[in-house]
Design a protein around this ligand. Structure first.
Ligand SMILES: Nc1ncnc2c1ncn2[C@@H]1O[C@H](COP(=O)(O)OP(=O)(O)O)[C@@H](O)[C@H]1O
Ligand SMILES: [Mg+2]
Length: 362
């Protein structure tokens, strides 16, 4: 009987500890022993649970009292820092008295809240970042409005200059809001698989056309190499346009000048991390490249190698985060390869409709 209940407790992912009415640990499941190494069984709970308030609550329950934890998570948060920082919320239950000697047993459950805490931290960081990004153009606008109403009231030349700056700052705010809305709508529908049959060739060609003037301004040649008779992919045409647009736009912004941007579309037998075939679209530039340790961080919201440079170029730092979420929705992948001083290649992989011959018809 005892072994069975021990096995059951051991199979639980969260730590469970049972103490007697002297607060001595009489049972602890595997998860608890892993968390509290050393001699736990047969010793006072205080040796393994170093949290005064938690111990006080256990004592209260031992004495027959009840602890009404309306929100146990905020009341007691237990942190273990080795080897990784983990947090737990506390739940105490008075178990049935032991029939033989009428002793009370107290069961202590620790529910892991590490992931919740991390998500909460990410949410807080996100709000801080958004506020910060909006605040600087907003305070510039407010400042210039005051100047226009006051000091520059009769200076037509200054007015013209200030209005230009104001228009640029307002543009920055509106791009940010647009990207935020776009990110949130992609995230909201990330679990809904797209259904349309999409011709990538059309998308790539139209994006190249729309960005060709900007590329020409930096004397960058957009070179396209596209395999013939590509199979259609199942996708969301607007979102895939956004992905290709983001990648080519970045290549134009960060890929130097007087050079080439190579855009390649071909089939691949296997989309990374899947078993099926797909399409690979890659955008290669010959710009400064990206330091290796920063590559994995580029898809984080607001992460930019050089914030000031990105802002000057009209960036929001959300483009690659949007790309990542769109690729998740398409069960595709984004791969970034870069060598400092030589350039970067951003590739996306998209699964193709299986059971289709490569004639393009859907
Ligand atoms: N082709 C590229 N070459 C070098 N750095 C790049 C390239 N594409 C993106 N980056 C870096 O990744 C950052 C994030 O990109 P993105 O999310 O599109 O933001 P944004 O374009 O608004 O700055 C950029 O600020 C830049 O530092
Ligand atoms: Mg971008």
């Amino acid at each position: 009987m005892a072994t069975t209940s021990k096995n059951i407790l051991d199979s639980l992912p969260d730590p469970v500890i049972v103490v007697d009415n002297k607060r001595m640990v009489i049972q602890a499941n595997l998860a608890a022993l892993e968390l509290m190494p050393g001699d736990t069984i047969g010793r006072d709970l205080a040796h393994s649970l170093r949290h005064p308030l938690a111990l006080e609550l256990v004592d209260t329950v031992i004495k027959g009292g009840t602890v009404e934890l309306e929100d146990p998570e905020s009341l007691v948060e237990i942190k273990y820092t080795t080897p990784l920082r983990r947090s737990f919320s506390l739940h105490i239950v008075q178990a049935l008295s032991d029939r033989d000697n009428e002793e009370t047993q107290i069961v202590i459950f620790l529910r892991e809240t590490t992931a919740d805490k991390r998500a909460e931290q990410m949410r807080v960081d996100f709000v801080t970042n958004v506020s910060h990004e909006l605040r600087s153009p907003l305070s510039a606008l407010v400042g210039f409005i005051e100047t226009l109403q006051d000091a520059a009231k009769d200076d037509r030349e200054a007015q013209q200059r200030f209005l230009e700056i104001m228009s640029r700052e307002a543009g920055r705010m509106s791009r940010l809001v647009e990207d935020l809305l776009s990110l949130s709508s992609v995230e909201m529908n990330e679990h809904v698989r797209p259904r349309d049959s999409v011709e990538i060739t059309k998308i790539v060609n139209s994006v190249i056309e729309s960005l060709s003037v900007r590329a020409a301004e930096k004397n960058l040649e957009l070179k396209l190499e596209i395999e013939e008779l590509l199979p259609p992919v199942v996708g969301d045409s607007d979102q895939l346009t956004q992905v290709v647009q983001n990648l080519i736009d970045n290549a134009i912004k960060y890929g130097g000048h007087d050079s080439t941007i190579e855009i390649k579309v071909d089939t691949t037998e296997r989309v990374p991390q899947t078993v099926g075939p797909g399409l690979k679209i890659s955008v290669r530039d010959f710009g400064d490249g990206i330091p290796e340790e920063q590559i994995t961080r580029l898809t984080e919201r607001f992460y930019r190698i050089d914030k000031a440079r990105s802002r000057n170029l009209g960036g929001t730092g959300l483009g690659l985060a949007i790309v990542k979420h769109i690729m998740n929705r398409h069960r595709g992948n984004l791969e970034i390869q870069s060598t400092e001083g030589e350039g970067s290649t951003f590739s996306i992989f998209l699964p193709v409709k299986t059971g289709q011959n490569p004639s393009g018809g859907a």
